[in-house]
Design a protein around this ligand. Structure first.
Ligand SMILES: [Zn+2]
Length: 280
């Protein structure tokens, strides 16, 4: 925690910003979230540059790099070292994308944006949370992180294009208002899917004043996710799809996304019944 506060204070000094954001309101992080791990090529033009427990995905194109998620601010130096270890320059990163505006996936975006000069594109529903560094939903904890300016607000179905690569932004809200599933066709007929988180994760499902449509949004997102086809599944928490332990033999898993979606739906309905029973 002290190291984190020092990092935040240092970042504020370097940015010339006002008081650093309070980090004490965030829940304790599992140890592997901040454990560095060596970068590696996942498949084709997609690389893993995150930590052991939080994913950061790098997509290489002839016109520069796209980075999905910067995880927590404390991880940014490790992610930057990973990008450089792969032979890229930080200034090659042209576009930053985000799975969703929670401290564990968006907390490092401000620092990463400053260090790379990249533009941040984000789903419209998450712009407020990103630009205010606050979770925009009633939860059993109040997440906070360093705010970051969004350069382009996206809507469902928008394409992000760079150097012949196209990522389509699919709105899968619920976990946050702008939670996004990124879909990217790859060579050989493969399709990479970076699925938006579908866990309840401490969100209030009954009487959520900051996010009144949360339950309807979650249900629509489960239905939507079930229609998405892809065989390279790359979630923001890599353990969910064994991203770090798969080999080239089992890298592609066409049945995985439907399974993850069904599991998340079952967990959601259980939590919905639990919260509804308490509320009634
Ligand atoms: Zn989250």
């Amino acid at each position: 925690m002290i190291a984190k506060l020092v990092t935040a204070a240092l970042a504020a000094m370097l940015l010339g910003a006002a008081a650093p954001q309070a980090t004490t309101a965030n829940p304790p992080s599992p140890a592997d979230w901040t454990q560095p791990t060596a970068p590696f090529k996942i498949a084709g033009n997609v690389y893993y540059v995150g930590t052991k427990g939080l994913a950061s995905y790098l997509i290489a194109t002839p016109k520069g790099l796209i980075l999905i998620d910067a995880t927590m601010e404390a991880n940014v130096p490790a992610i930057e070292a990973n990008i450089k270890a792969l032979g890229f320059k930080l200034s090659d990163v042209k576009i930053l994308l985000n799975n969703h505006a929670h401290f564990d996936h968006a907390g490092g975006l401000a620092m990463m944006k400053r260090d790379t000069g990249a533009k941040l594109y984000a789903m419209a529903g998450d712009v407020w949370a990103l630009e205010n560094g606050k979770h925009d939903s009633d939860q059993n904890y109040s997440g906070s992180f360093t705010p970051v300016k969004v350069d382009r607000a996206l809507k469902d179905g928008d394409n992000v294009m760079l150097g012949g690569v196209t990522l389509t932004a699919i709105a899968t809200p619920g976990h946050t208002k702008g939670c996004t599933t990124w879909v990217m066709p790859m060579a050989g007929g493969h399709v990479a899917v970076f699925p938006g988180s579908l866990t309840v994760a401490g969100s209030k499902l009954v009487g959520n004043k900051r996010y009144p449509t949360i339950v309807a949004d979650f249900r629509a997102s489960f239905a939507r996710m079930a229609t998405i086809k892809g065989d390279l599944i790359l979630p923001p928490h890599p353990g969910l799809a064994d991203v770090l332990t798969r080999t080239d033999k089992d890298r592609y898993a066409p049945g995985l996304l439907p399974k993850l979606t069904a599991d998340a739906l079952a967990a959601f309905e259980t939590e919905w019944r639990r919260q509804s029973a308490i509320a009634s």
